[in-house]
Design a protein around this ligand. Structure first.
Ligand code: PGA
Length: 249
């Protein structure tokens, strides 16, 4: 059985003081059982959020990393730096990073390997554009992203990987995918992993849906057999909304 995982991607929102307030508010409510919850604040708030989360069951994740161990890479953050702050997860290849910061399938692959090497679980993001969806290219495009992201990983690393299927047209638009459509693509993603590695490994990989997930539509996604959680942007920035999402059951 795959344990569902719901992660909040705070993007470039919340100073470290604002982040502290948000976590405090979230901590006032009892964490629902049966779902793993992860918060991914900006780098500058990781230490503060990590301290606030100490003693809770909520996990900490970063939004990116660089694949080198250390060195003259101004502005970059290494896997070991994230581990030392208590990160268990790291988002890799978010469509905003692909669109604005030159992230490629190759860099996603290098980052995923670096994360795993350091005991960080990568949340690897894939998803098609509106034009690709309308042209009927979704499956082919997303399968290609998947194969390149996981190329060269060791079979034993596969169960550590989390995938977030995030159709670009659904991110921050209020226009979410239907549960059935997301389930179809996520089933296809699982099949791609099964083909590239083994079905028994693909069965262990948790695959989230992301894109305009809100308290009022989370259940539609969680009810789908292939969907193992959500990556939540906008609605993770308000304690009440995020709590409404994680307590979907
Ligand atoms: P959204 O963002 O929930 O605001 O659509 C999701 C994401 O980008 O991870």
């Amino acid at each position: 059985m795959r344990k569902p995982i719901i992660a909040g991607n705070w993007k470039m929102y919340k100073t470290h003081l604002e982040a502290k307030d948000l976590v405090k508010e979230l901590k006032e409510k009892a964490l629902p059982a049966g779902v793993e919850v992860v918060l991914c604040p900006p780098f500058t708030a990781l230490a503060t959020v990590g301290e606030e989360l100490a003693g809770t069951e909520i996990g900490l994740g970063a939004q990116d990393l660089f694949w080198e161990e250390e060195g003259a890479y101004t502005g970059e953050v290494s896997p070991a730096m994230l581990r030392e702050l208590g990160c268990a997860y790291v988002i890799i290849g978010h469509s905003e990073r692909r669109q604005y910061f030159g992230e490629t399938d190759e860099s996603v692959n290098k980052k995923a390997k670096a994360a795993l090497r350091h005991g960080l679980k990568p949340i690897i993001c894939v998803g098609e554009s509106l034009a690709q969806r309308e042209a009927g290219e979704t499956n082919q495009f997303v399968a290609g992203q998947m194969e390149k992201a996981l190329a060269g990983l060791a079979p034993e690393e596969i169960p550590q990987v989390v995938i977030a299927y995030e159709p670009i047209w659904a991110i921050g638009t209020g226009r979410s995918s239907s549960g059935a459509d997301a389930n179809q693509v996520i089933g296809m993603i699982r099949q791609t992993i099964a083909n590239q590695f083994q079905p028994a490994l693909a069965d262990q990989v948790r695959i989230q849906y992301g894109g305009s997930v809100k308290p009022n539509n989370i259940k539609e996604f969680m009810d789908q057999p292939e969907i193992d959680g959500a990556l939540v942007g906008g609605a993770s920035l308000k304690a009440a909304d995020f709590y409404g999402i994680i307590s979907y059951q």
